[in-house]
Structure formats: structure tokens, C-alpha cells
Design a protein around this ligand. Sequence first.
Ligand SMILES: [Zn+2]
Length: 279
Amino acid sequence: MSTPCIICVAITGSLPTKANNPAVPISVSEQIESTHAAFEAGASIVHAHVRNADETPSSDPEKFAALKEGLEKHCPGMIIQFSTGGRSGAGQTRGGMLPLAPDMASLSVGSNNFPTRVYENPPDLVDWLASEMLTYDVKPEIEAFDLSHILKARAMADAGQLAGTPYVQFVMGVKNAMPVDRDVFDYYIHTVKRLFGTDAPWCAAGIGSNQIILNEWAISSGGHARTGLEDNVRLDRDTLAPSNAALVERAAELCAKYERPVATWAQAREILGLKMPAA
Ligand SMILES: [Zn+2]
């Protein structure tokens, strides 16, 4: 049987608003409801940012705490991954929620351009975020916006800054960063296998209309898939996605097409080397 595919749902992000798609969950209660439907549809990881009431990005640990509590209650077993990405704040505020000890957190290990600005990840901040993740037993998901980020993850693992086998996510299709390019994608996979072993799990995310393309590439190549309204608010050019769950269903259909079972939360935890939740 082929390896189960982990579907990660990135429910909110820091950019899309209700004006872009009314289904984008903003309040913590909307986030819990949207995640629950996505969980039922097959998502086993939730990647979450939090927002203020005016929809601007927040890094308030109290909001993250409320979200974590609700998710643990309504989506038992689901892997909770918080974003330490750069739009919600600067410097160490980006990791202010790590003492809550979510299962995972995203970790960017280098800088690159974003559509209208530099996505700054200075070395001292990267080192600090990684050390906080070690302290609180939070597994990082390495956000690879560039090939060098995969090699940086290897160097950090060698230096004892990352526990276990790094879980790398290839991010493609962000304007001014790495475009969606099949040769690069295949080389990313080759590099992960070379540096972390042929069984090392990896995943991929595509932005906007590239989401479904990266879902298909990843699922057909033995990787794991990220979907959700953070990265893409549409089913196609003319149709808004009605929910995060609808995007998860779309990824699950691709798993069926390539004869990959959708990973349960327990299978996802096993693949990623995460502990099972306390009963
Ligand atoms: Zn994010």
C-alpha cells in the first residue's frame, strides 16, 4: 500500500480577508468551526495564524491559546501547527506563542522577496525561534522558499538546532520568490532525499491557482499536501472556494486518483514522529 498522504489545511493566513472570500475564518470561533469541517474532510494538520477583529494579523499569544484550546476540544488528535511567519509582527513577537507548545510551528530559515517586500528572516531570529522550538518540544516545519533553505535545514540539524528529521515544505508560486517550476520541484525532492534520507517526509504548497498544481505534483510524487484559504481562495477562476473543507476535499480527490489513502491524524503523527495526544 502506498504511503498515506497528510493533508494540511492552512485556514486563515495573514493576508486574505472576508472581502476576498467571506469563508476566510477570522475570529477564533470561526477558525475552530472551519477547522472542524476541514478535519472531517480529511485534514490532519491545521496551520494557523490569528487575526485581530479588524482582520489585521495578530501575534497575540492569548488568541493562539484560545484557538489551541478549542481545536483540542473539537478536533481531538489533529496536529496543531502555529505560524511564526513574518507578517504578524517583528522579531521575537513572532515566536511568542511557542511556550503554548503546539505540536508544530512553521520555521522560515532564510530571507527572500515577497510580492511587495522583503521577507526578513535574519540568522539570529532563526536561531532563536529554533531554540524556542527545542525548549518547548515543538516540531518545526521548514518553509523552503528557496533551495538554500533546504540545505540550511540540514546544517541546523547537524548543529543540533532541530530535533529529529526536519519536515520540509516546498513553497512555490509566491510572486518574486520561487515560481512553480517542475524541474526545481523535482530537484527539491532529490535534495531532501539526499540530505535527509529516502524516507524523509516532505510536503508542498502552491499559491493561488497553483495550489491544485502543487497538490497534484506532491500527491503523485509521494509527498504530502497543503491546501486552504491562506494560500488560495478560489476553486477556479470564476468560483470562490465555499470553505476550507471544500479545498481539503479537492486534495482528497487527488489522493484517490493516485491511490494514496488520506492519512488519519494518528498516521500523520506516526509519519512525522509526533507524540500521540494525552488521552
Ligand atoms: Zn501561514
